[in-house]
Design a protein around this ligand. Structure first.
Ligand code: ADP
Length: 140
């Protein structure tokens, strides 16, 4: 069973879409292994997205991700990393397939509702960023 890390971003929380998005995620066969609501500081948001430090949108991304609470979640499913990225759609909602989370709910390339890990290795690193071992509980 594979794991991935998602974050319901501050725009998702502001729009009161936590339930709708988790419903879509569960209906797609993912199980919630760990979940919390937190507010990132500019420092922790910057650390999470450090890989994008040199990109022109980095400042905007850090500002947005620390603008309000978010909901990081560890999810479990066979082929979780790839299947989750299919479920959420392209980074830019304008390019996302119909029915994907970002197509349904996102406003822009920056404010795009959800994060999804891009590899199993990064999923494990990102899970460790948000959760301690005691907070990670097998779903069933
Ligand atoms: P993804 O989240 O789809 O894996 P990336 O890893 O390329 O996308 O980018 C990380 C996040 O940075 C995106 O989800 C989005 O919030 C933001 N971002 C990416 N590209 C842009 C852009 N051109 N302008 C503003 N924000 C962006």
């Amino acid at each position: 069973m594979e794991r991935t890390l998602t974050i319901l971003k501050p725009d998702c929380v502001r729009k009161q879409l936590i339930g709708a998005v988790i419903d879509q995620i569960e209906r797609a066969g993912f199980r919630v292994v760990a979940m919390k609501k937190i507010r990132l500081t500019q420092e922790t948001a910057g650390e999470f997205y450090a890989v994008h430090r040199e990109r022109p949108f980095y400042g905007e991304l850090v500002e947005f991700m620390s603008s309000g609470p978010c909901v990081p979640i560890i999810l479990e499913k066979e082929n979780a990393v790839a299947d989750f990225r299919t479920l959420i759609g392209a980074t830019d909602p304008a390019q996302a397939d119909a029915g994907t989370v970002r197509k349904l709910y996102a406003d822009s390339k920056g404010e795009n509702i959800v994060h999804g890990s891009d590899s199993e290795e990064n999923a494990a690193i990102e899970a460790g960023f948000f959760f301690s071992a005691e907070e990670v509980v097998r779903s069933n």
